[in-house]
Design a protein around this ligand. Structure first.
Ligand SMILES: *Cc1c(COP(=O)(O)O)cnc(C)c1O
Length: 240
């Protein structure tokens, strides 16, 4: 279903505001705008909304649910350079669908998931780009490898064929003030440097300026671009 003109205007306004925020944060941090990629988180948003934002120049989209990802990938086949990143919790038995959808995976946090992605990538004759998710706040029940186990996990993941681990991703503990996340962003950047990884996916709507100051190369923004998710689909990262 196509968007109405009013919906498109609204999307354009929100998207441009977010792009401007990212540029302003880069400028303030003394970094080139090209060093930070905006990931438009389109979970639960219709394919038409993704296409509308693509037409505004956006190329990288984040998805959290496998079925949704696969359906949108199919619906948007005609957009050649659209890139999708999986940023939700991925069950091993669904890894093949994500590989089939030619999607990057930013939430690898176990060797078994990495091994499954590698196996499926080899079978499909392609490579999968991956980030390792770090539980940077060491919160029980939250996804991500604990910081002290990162080196060991990376060493094993790096042995796997057709899996390219290029960086780290984290969701810091929920807080009201963006400044409170700074130490987490800094810690993640330190780990990436130590492991000689270049990509850092950190920072969302409320704290992307702090994340960019601390070296983020990808920031993930959903509702500030697309507006609220449909009722009943309000899943926030804190629910992960
Ligand atoms: C949903 C989600 C986002 C974006 O959150 P919004 O509140 O929609 O901006 C960012 N990162 C992850 C991992 C998410 O699941």
């Amino acid at each position: 279903m196509a968007l109405t003109e009013a919906q498109e205007t609204l999307l354009r306004g929100r998207f441009e505001a977010v792009v401007n925020r990212v540029s302003a944060a880069c400028e303030k941090a003394g970094r080139p705008v090209s060093s930070v990629r905006l990931i438009a988180v389109s979970k639960y948003q219709p394919a038409a909304a993704v296409e509308a934002v693509y037409r505004l120049g956006q190329r990288d989209f984040g998805e959290n649910y496998v079925q949704d990802l696969v359906a949108k990938r199919e619906a948007l086949r005609h957009l050649p350079d659209l890139r999708m990143r999986f940023i939700g919790r991925l069950q091993r038995n669904k890894a093949r669908h994500v590989v089939g959808a030619d999607c990057c995976v930013d939430t690898v946090d176990t060797f078994s998931l990495g091994a499954e992605l590698s196996k499926r990538a080899v079978a499909a004759g392609r490579s999968v780009e991956a980030l390792v998710q770090v539980n940077i706040g060491c919160e029980p029940q939250k996804a991500g490898v604990m910081p002290e186990s990162l080196s060991e996990l990376l060493a094993k993941l790096r042995e796997l064929p057709n899996l390219d681990v290029i960086g780290l991703m984290a969701i810091p503990p929920k807080c009201d003030d963006a400044e409170e996340s700074r130490h987490c962003f800094r810690a993640l950047a330190g780990l990436a440097k130590q492991e000689r990884l270049v990509e850092l996916s950190m920072g969302m709507s409320g704290d992307l300026h702090v994340a960019i100051e601390e070296g983020a190369t990808m920031v993930r923004v959903g509702t500030a671009i697309f507006g609220p998710r449909p009722p009943g689909h309000g899943d926030t990262p804190s629910a992960l």
